[in-house]
Design a protein around this ligand. Structure first.
Ligand code: C5P
Ligand code: C5P
Ligand code: ZN
Length: 482
């Protein structure tokens, strides 16, 4: 990897790969979101190619019960991807008992981070251990990719033999974790993009930065662009159609709505310039206008006009599977199944979209409660705990939700527990916000568990402790920002 200083990380990857090669069989556990699924597919593929037998499982949360289930199997080595670092304390106890040897490829804050007892283990690949930002420079899938590269035959010259073709899934994972939210992937992620381009599996270019360029009918692309919030276009079907009509761009061809990828380059340019002009005229802040264009990441081997072609649409398709108890479907799509699994994934996607839109409506109807430093809402059983974090992130900056305050969301979880999701912003991080630390500490105070990243974190707390939890988070965030 040329452009970023990651030799220390690569040394960790090599140590992990060597340990995996010694195992007869590996139990591989990964997280249920897009980054976790792609991490799972990357590591599973690399292990199979290296003739290491692997069984892959997915978990909603790597809690004590999940780790205990893994310890109860006969597997001597357990590989954790996209989680594990935050649970090192529990994992270390099982390791000490001889239950299994853990190998971890993750990008979350390690347990004890920021305190004197930050934990580590022998086979641990995590960007944060080498000064690389795990929330913006390397995802779980990126860490799994480094592991896959270390597991590959060395002198392949063939991208597959070197596992460089897996860079495409690593990019989907990073984009799915919102690591390109400032417009493009940077740091170690960018080095992976470069490898993917060289291997012929990724194409990049400056383009309109809206979700749905491959599959959404043009007016819908603009209407649903909540990230833009251009008056008269965003959330305005008629306005979007009138805007496009005024541009001399054919909206339909052969009676079918055209999509962004159907447009000629000149037509795309015309739409982008007109959007920028409209945004300037309506006083949209410059920072948001800059966000109209960004770097697009396409999967060169996938069909244009499908969800799989665009890293962002691919990642949403994956979230629509594993967050609804169908990780098998998402994994199969990542592993190349384009028949039954893709059809099922598309059906799940329609359902996921509906749930996100209903969730956003709920937040806009009921609003959020503002404390001194944070704002929150309680969705109860009306938003699934597995997607409440996505809804919270999308709600940031919409009407009635302050873009300059962290947002905390509650949703009912199983067994008398409440799921908490928290989201911040780059500007708040620069002022000192660390949601991972805040969730960890506030959860601990009410007998719960939390963790994550500075910009996005979560927790599980006992039902009924929400008010005490908010009070703690408000105080901790106040201290961080103070
Ligand atoms: O467990 P995992 O690391 O995969 O989850 C990361 C979560 O953090 C994702 O839901 C992602 O959307 C969110 N995130 C965010 N903004 C960022 C980075 C991550 O909302 N800049
Ligand atoms: O579930 P959500 O998308 O809100 O999670 C945000 C981040 O917080 C993820 O990276 C997730 O792995 C982490 N998290 C955690 N412990 C929890 C809940 C979430 O580390 N109990
Ligand atoms: Zn992740």
């Amino acid at each position: 990897m040329a452009s970023v200083p990651v030799p220390a990380l690569e040394a960790r990857a090599v140590a992990c790969a060597d340990r995996l090669r010694e195992a007869d069989a590996v139990l591989h556990a990964s997280h249920i979101d897009a980054d976790g699924l792609t991490s799972g597919a990357i590591a599973t593929t690399a292990l199979r190619r290296a003739d290491i037998s692997v069984e892959t499982v997915f978990e909603k949360q790597l809690d004590e019960a999940a780790i205990a289930r893994m310890a109860a199997t006969d597997f001597e080595v357990v590989l954790f991807t996209d989680f594990g670092s935050g649970q090192l304390d529990v994992i270390a106890e099982y390791e000490a008992e001889g239950a299994f040897t853990p190998v971890i490829a993750d990008h979350h804050q390690p347990a004890g981070a920021g305190t004197d007892d930050r934990l580590d283990t022998e086979y641990h690949l995590n960007p944060l251990l080498e000064g690389i930002d795990g929330a913006s420079e390397l995802s779980g899938a990126g860490a799994a990719y480094l592991l896959a590269r270390a597991l590959a035959e060395v002198d392949g010259h063939d991208p597959r033999a070197e596992n460089r073709d897996l860079a495409a899934l690593a990019v989907v994972g990073a984009v799915g974790d919102m690591q390109a939210s400032a417009g493009e992937l940077t740091g170690a992620n960018e080095a992976i993009v470069d490898e993917g381009v060289a291997a012929g599996v990724i194409e990049t270019g400056r383009d309109l930065a809206l979700y749905g360029k491959q599959t959404r009918p043009l007016p819908k692309l603009l209407e649903y662009a909540s990230e833009l919030q251009i008056p008269g276009i965003s959330n305005d079907e008629g306005g979007s159609i009138r805007f496009l009509d005024g541009l001399d761009v054919d909206l339909k061809r052969d009676g079918e709505w055209r999509t962004w990828v159907d447009l000629e380059p000149e037509e795309r340019k015309a739409v982008v310039s007109a959007l920028v002009r409209r945004a300037v005229d309506r006083g949209v802040p410059a920072s948001r206008i800059d966000g109209i264009v960004g770097t697009a990441y396409e999967l060169a081997e996938e069909l244009a006009g499908t969800e799989l072609r665009d890293a962002s649409e691919f990642s949403t398709l994956l979230n629509a599977t594993a967050r609804y108890e169908r990780p098998d479907v998402g994994l199969a799509v990542c592993l190349g199944n384009r028949d039954g699994a893709l059809t099922r994934a598309r059906r799940l996607l329609a359902n996921h979209r509906r749930n996100l839109s209903e969730g956003l409506n709920l937040v806009s109807r009921e609003g959020v409660t503002s404390e001194t430093h944070v704002q929150w809402f309680d969705a109860g059983d009306r938003i699934r705990e597995t997607i409440v974090g996505i809804v919270a992130g999308m709600a940031m900056g919409t009407d009635g939700v302050d873009a300059n305050k962290p947002i905390i969301a509650f949703a009912d979880a199983d067994e008398a527990e409440t799921k908490v999701s928290a989201r911040g912003s780059q500007a708040l991080i620069r002022q000192g916000l660390d949601l991972s630390a805040a969730m960890t500490e506030a959860a601990k105070a009410v007998d719960g568990e939390g963790g994550g990243h500075d910009i996005a974190a979560g927790a599980t707390i006992p039902e009924g402790m929400e008010a005490a939890f908010v009070e703690n988070v408000d105080r901790i965030v106040g201290e961080q920002l103070g």
